[in-house]
Ligand binder design. Structure first.
Ligand code: LLP
Length: 419
């Protein structure tokens, strides 16, 4: 459920007309709803009511905007970060260092030091080599790093290949069969307090079955590690819950997910950690755009909008579907291709799609753009970096300025020897 709805024939974000935002801020612009973010945060947590000890860390990569993180911090969420940049954002948004989990296969020594000096809650180690480095750095700093070992359970998440992370040939975590040996060796190192395991098999999961399979394997591993004499107090189950991108699409509910987790982890006697991203932010944001012109096509007309693949990369990267809706629908429909102005055919949001009729100058939104939207933006074709707005009931604020092409160019230099 979201708070973007038609009121008297006009699309609103909560109580703010999209038209007001477009007039004041320009387009394209991402628009987030605070009420929707908070609702999703609460629904996800409520789904886990039967999990007695839990920790929820928002996957910052899904939406790293400071104001969005602040909303979630106020909901009691921690952060799952994958870079020093994300770590700094989580801290700046007011998340407690203890509530921050640092994931990622390529943490550098500098990033590890940064996490340690900020006393973050946990490192999710993705290889033996990383664990050794973490132990060495922590020891040298006179600290002990809390950590879990990420396991690759070799489970097919049944999602797009580019966002699957738990298969044997994915780069993430260590294989189940070598996990216990790595765990044993790392657990002897000074500077490291290994307290459990982590798993995350992929994103936009539309079925709970792969999660059940992965969690089952993790449960058996936890039992084995305990039998080997290790104290396991934390198990991180990652994120991955899918969201509906098309009206009517059915996805597993947080309640169903929570029931599965409660049942599988019943006897684990550990703090269960979660790293949801998309399920919290996805449907809490839209990309507001204006139609530049409608150009006749050989099969269907091309609706050329002022948003492009550099603003919303998901269709180009993952063939993703984002519902399109006119801000002032006239009740008529049309079949069209929706494209951006960027000079490649990959800059296509939809082909031959049945949509609200729109014409030059009309405003429209792409829905479900609150996760992996603005954060994937680039300046390709020397376009600006898209602005972001947060709505809260009848007020709104620009929470990320548009970065203009001139500002981007100002960071570049022509060396003297070229002049
Ligand atoms: N934890 C870890 C270790 C992750 O790698 C991810 C996502 C998450 C949690 C959050 O997963 P979520 O709950 O959002 O599914 N750019 C792609 C998605 C990439 C996901 C990367 N990892 C997209 O737009 O679909």
């Amino acid at each position: 459920m979201d708070h973007f709805s038609l009121q008297h024939g006009q699309l609103f974000a909560e109580q703010v007309p999209f038209r007001t935002i477009a007039d004041a801020v320009g387009t394209p612009v991402y628009v987030y709803s605070r009420a929707t973010l908070e609702r999703h945060a609460h629904v996800f947590r409520d789904g886990l009511a039967d999990v007695p000890r839990k920790h929820i860390a928002f996957a910052v990569k899904a939406n790293p905007n400071l104001a969005v993180l602040r909303v979630l911090a106020k909901c009691g969420y921690g952060a799952d970060v994958v870079s020093a940049g994300e770590l700094d954002r989580a801290l700046a948004a007011g998340m407690a260092p203890q509530d921050i989990v640092f994931s990622g296969v390529g943490k550098t020594a500098t990033e590890i030091r940064h996490g340690l000096s900020n006393h973050i809650g946990q490192f999710n180690i993705e290889s033996e080599e990383e664990g050794v480095m973490l132990a060495q750095i922590a020891s040298a700093m006179g600290l002990t790093a809390q950590a879990v070992l990420r396991i690759n359970p070799d489970v097919d998440a049944g999602t797009h290949a580019k966002i699957s992370t738990g298969k044997a040939d994915n780069k993430f975590g260590v294989g189940l069969h070598i996990g216990p040996g790595i765990y044993r060796r790392l657990s002897t190192l000074p500077g490291l307090s290994l307290r459990g395991v982590a798993v995350h098999i992929g994103s936009q999961l539309l079925s709970l079955d792969p999660l059940e399979a992965a969690f089952g394997k993790i449960g058996r591993l936890v039992a084995q590690l305990r039998a080997d004499g290790h104290a396991i107090s934390h198990v991180d189950l990652g994120g991955g819950l899918g969201v509906p991108y098309r009206a009517g699409e059915v996805t597993p509910s947080p309640a169903d997910y929570g029931a599965l987790v409660a049942q599988v982890t019943r006897d684990w006697d550990a703090t269960i950690q979660f790293e949801p991203g998309r399920v919290i932010a996805g449907n809490a944001g839209v990309l507001l755009t204006r139609v530049v012109r409608v150009k006749p096509g050989i099969l269907h007309p091309f609706v050329v909008v002022d948003a492009a693949m550099n603003d919303l990369a998901r269709p180009a990267l993952y063939d993703a579907w984002h519902d399109f809706a006119a801000v002032s629908p006239d009740g008529q429909r049309m079949t069209a291709n929706i494209v951006g102005p960027v000079c490649e055919s990959g800059d296509t949001f939809a082909m031959g799609r049945d949509i609200d009729r729109v014409g030059a100058g009309d405003l429209a939104i792409f829905r479900t753009a609150g996760a992996y939207g603005a954060t994937l933006a680039s300046s390709y074709n020397s376009r600006g970096i898209v602005a972001e707005v947060l709505v809260d009931e009848d007020r709104y604020a620009v929470v990320a300025d548009r970065i203009t092409p001139a500002e981007i160019m100002a960071a570049e230099r022509v060396p003297a020897w070229l002049e």
